[in-house]
Ligand binder design. Structure first.
Ligand code: DAH
Length: 339
């Protein structure tokens, strides 16, 4: 009997647990009703009386040793694999998803980079503007339809404070604050009270360009825009300037590029004309220079305004402007690299 007790103790000591099931197996093997410790207790009945005192003590010790070992095993196994909150720290981590740049940011960055290469600085203005800089200094007549409630989000009841409707407001500030030569581009968000559709949105982004110096001519404007178009849409891109009207430029024009999707052959995007409109431009109207106290005998200038969403739609072949504002991750994930 004594030998059996010793043997069992050794076997309990060397019991190896590698998974939770082993702990339950331990309990069954040693501590259950039919387990090895209980079996010894049964045999104990047949032990001669004179040995009972000592062996009874040994047996009880063995039983306690087995129960304590069982509790210790349970505890140590839990400590190794789980913390207090029952979180399994041994599980592999979730991969950290890499973000991507928004297509509007990518295109804006590219346009800025193109103009920086030919000496333009970057300037930014406020999204909340006054009537004077959004309209007045840009030669909009007092009752011009663009000031109408239809297009402009007014903030103050006297219609003086508003959300800028174009980034041309920044050129009004630049002319007021800087002396020529001025050569700057101004990216930013603009707002218009328009219904949202595949083609138009109530908020979008523009990049304004302004160049004022001595002897700046329409030929300079054309050449600058041709450089931009080729850098942005590809070496073979052609441009055409159509006469247009803006209050702050005279003469004014709209620039089309040969359709970058069909190469000018005609497709849905260019409405089978082979041309798509990308920006408005013109020579700065002398009235605009004069309110900024720029000497119109000495200086002339040109300006242009590029729609960033429009450019992005052409570059990436996106047919609905709303996709650029909904921020559906499945859409945005496609724009992973610089252009
Ligand atoms: N501000 C005009 C618009 O939002 C775009 C524009 C046209 C800007 C001609 C210019 C320009 O600087 O010269 O439609």
């Amino acid at each position: 009997m004594k030998e059996k007790i010793e043997k069992l103790k050794e076997s309990i000591k060397s019991y190896i647990v590698s998974k939770p099931d082993d702990i339950e197996a331990f309990r069954i093997k040693y501590l259950s009703k039919k387990g090895e410790v209980s079996t010894l207790f049964q045999e104990f009945r047949n032990v001669p009386n004179e040995l009972k005192r000592q062996l009874g003590q040994d047996l009880n010790e063995l039983k306690n040793f087995a129960s304590n070992t069982y509790e210790d095993l349970k505890k140590s196994f839990n400590d190794n694999t789980q913390n207090e909150n029952n979180i399994d720290l041994s599980l592999p981590g979730l991969p950290i998803e890499l973000g991507t740049r928004h297509p509007v940011s990518l295109v804006k960055g590219k346009i800025i980079e193109i103009f920086k290469r030919i000496g333009y600085t970057v300037s930014e203005g406020a999204e909340i503007e006054d009537d004077e800089h959004n309209f007045g200094r840009l030669n909009f007549p007092e009752n011009h339809p663009a000031r109408d409630m239809q297009d402009t989000f007014f903030i103050s009841p006297d219609l003086n404070v508003l959300l800028r409707t174009h980034t041309s407001s920044v050129q009004a500030h630049e002319m007021q604050e800087l002396k020529p030569p001025i050569r700057t581009i101004s990216p930013g968000r603009v707002f218009r009270n328009e219904s949202i559709s595949a083609r138009s949105h109530c908020q979008f982004h523009q990049i304004e360009g302004l160049y004022i110096d001595e002897n700046v001519s329409f030929a300079d404007l054309r050449q600058t825009l041709l450089f931009f178009a080729r850098e942005m849409f590809g070496r073979d891109t052609k441009i055409r300037l159509r006469p247009s009207y803006f209050p702050f430029t005279e003469p004014s024009a709209e620039m089309d590029i040969s359709c970058s999707l069909c190469g000018g052959k005609g497709c849905k995007v260019c409405k089978h004309t082979g041309w798509v409109e990308v920006l408005g431009c013109g020579m700065v109207d002398p009235n605009v220079l004069e309110v900024a106290e720029i000497d119109t005998k000495k200086f002339t200038g040109f300006a242009f305004g590029i729609g960033i969403e429009r450019t992005a739609m052409l570059v990436y072949g996106i047919n609905d402007i709303r996709l650029l504002f909904e921020n559906d991750i499945r859409f945005l994930k496609q724009f992973t690299s610089a252009i």
